[in-house]
Write a protein that binds this ligand. Structure first.
Ligand code: SF4
Length: 476
């Protein structure tokens, strides 16, 4: 009998991509095989994101196409996983009969059972996690419970299931306890739950034994890691120090941090541990105290800048990345100008800028969305232009310097090899040698582009000399 084939598409953040790896790992353990294309799959799964309307729109559109396919192929199993499953469960179950399973992020531990039930029963199933088990609601067949459900994090991960041989993500916590008014994550992912340090070290060790040399730790507020682990003295700084001991690990990054939890202990770890990546993603969202207050971010611009001073005084080579929302309800032109000023003052190396869109179920969605679309568009454009000018300055300052690059693969644009520096900067260089993928190589930067740099590969012996070289950092 041929193994059933699945196709899984991930939307949204890195956390979702990692969840998808965990789901794949469970399905493969159950005998499923990945399909080369969606058309070949008998199980089509969408791991969804609710953070922005655009991400949801793509899923609704995809579900429309799958409805048509299912008319001619009724045995097809269609599953909606992740945040939209959590947020729109009732709608999906009641209005989309072609969707066979609806599984929120906390019920991935039993995903293989859920898929099997959907295939064998030909019934629509919604799964959600209760404290000690996963509850499966089977439409038309009452409620049944299968096995002892565990959240995705508690699955013993099959470390072989990952897209890159030398790089891996590790989820250190789930959920978020912060009250940001615009954000649906606390609703869809629930309260913060951190994993014990010992489990994380064990998983990281297995990844490194399987060839991983760069690990990125994931959490919605990753630097709040451990505050729910009472009595364990678990902090992100302690976790970094523990992971740093793994001999074959060369780079250790973490995303995404919240300004309120950037403390001296973490700054000291970043300054002292040479394997820790030389960038910090620290979203500020706005340069206006009035908007920050309305968003309930829990800090002021002055406090944010004071934290950066603390960081830069101890670890001046760390580059800063941020996120911004423009057009939040009530954001005035002066508020927005304050944001542009802040971007220029800090000199971020990279920022993501988003136009505000209300997410149903959030506090902000109850406010009038009073910044007109055209003005949101203008602010988005202005802020992006300010950031791009800074990014280009950062890139230009690298020209003439040698930097260590972890080679990730072939650039889609021009066929050159590309990889990233310890500062997360994208570097392209000419080479046909695919054996370099996964290796750390020295590259002399010769040209700055808007979002990356171009360079020449140097003799590999210099790679060792360049290891943990922090010389490329520039603060315009
Ligand atoms: S910190 Fe705020 S923006 Fe980030 S996930 Fe939590 S609630 Fe959302």
């Amino acid at each position: 009998m041929t193994a059933p084939k699945y196709h899984l598409t991930s939307y949204g953040c890195q956390m979702n991509k990692l969840d998808s790896e965990l789901v794949e790992s469970k399905l493969r353990q159950r005998g499923y095989e990945p399909a080369a294309t969606e058309a070949e799959a008998s199980v089509v799964l969408l791991n969804t994101c609710s953070v922005r309307q655009h991400a949801e729109d793509r899923v609704w559109s995809k579900l429309g196409k799958l409805r048509i396919r299912k008319r001619s192929d009724p045995s097809l199993v269609v599953g909606v996983l992740g945040c939209m499953a959590q947020e729109h469960k009732r709608y999906l179950v009641s209005r989309m009969p072609h969707v066979d399973l609806v599984v929120g992020p906390s019920a991935f531990g039993d995903i293989d059972d859920t898929v099997e039930m959907a295939r064998s029963r030909n019934a629509q199933i919604a799964a959600e996690r209760e404290p000690a088990k996963t509850r499966h609601e089977v439409q038309g067949a009452g409620v049944v419970t299968v096995g002892q459900g565990v959240s995705g994090d508690l699955i013993r991960r099959d470390v072989r299931v990952r897209p890159h041989r030398s790089q891996a993500f590790v989820s250190v916590m789930r959920g978020c306890n912060m009250p940001c008014t615009y954000c649906i994550v606390p609703t869809t992912r629930g309260d913060e739950v951190s994993r014990p340090i010992v489990d994380l070290v064990e998983e990281a060790q297995r990844l490194c034994d399987d060839g991983v040399t760069e690990i990125t730790l994931l959490g919605q507020t990753v630097n709040a890691y451990g505050r729910d682990l009472t009595g364990q003295n678990a902090t992100l700084a302690r976790l970094l120090r523990a992971l740093h001991e793994i001999p074959s690990l060369r780079r250790l990054a973490f995303i995404t941090s919240h300004p309120n939890f950037l403390n001296q202990e973490l700054v000291d770890a970043m300054a002292e541990l040479p394997k820790v990546a030389r960038y910090l993603h620290l979203p500020v969202q706005s340069g206006s105290n009035a908007v920050l207050k309305a968003m309930r971010r829990g800090y002021t611009v002055e406090r944010y800048l004071a934290r950066l001073d603390m960081l830069r005084s101890k670890a001046p080579d760390i580059e800063l990345h941020s996120d911004f929302i423009v057009g939040y309800p009530g954001e005035t032109a002066a508020d927005f100008e304050a944001t542009v000023d802040l971007v220029n003052r800090v000199g971020f190396a990279q920022s993501y800028v988003f136009k505000y869109s209300p997410r149903p179920g959030t506090l902000a969605a109850e406010l009038p969305d009073d910044v007109p679309d055209a003005e949101k568009e203008r602010r988005n454009h202005v802020l992006l232009a300010a950031q791009e000018a800074l990014t280009w300055q950062h890139n230009r300052a690298l020209v003439g310097k040698t930097t260590e690059v972890l080679v990730e693969g072939v650039s889609k644009v021009d066929g050159r090899l590309s990889g990233r520096t310890a500062h997360h900067r994208l570097v392209h260089f000419a080479s046909q040698d695919m054996d370099l993928v996964g290796q750390y190589v020295p590259v002399l930067v010769t040209e700055a582009l808007a979002h990356s740099v171009v360079g020449d590969l140097l003799a590999t012996t210099a790679a060792q000399e360049g290891a943990h070289d922090r010389s490329e950092v520039v603060h315009p």
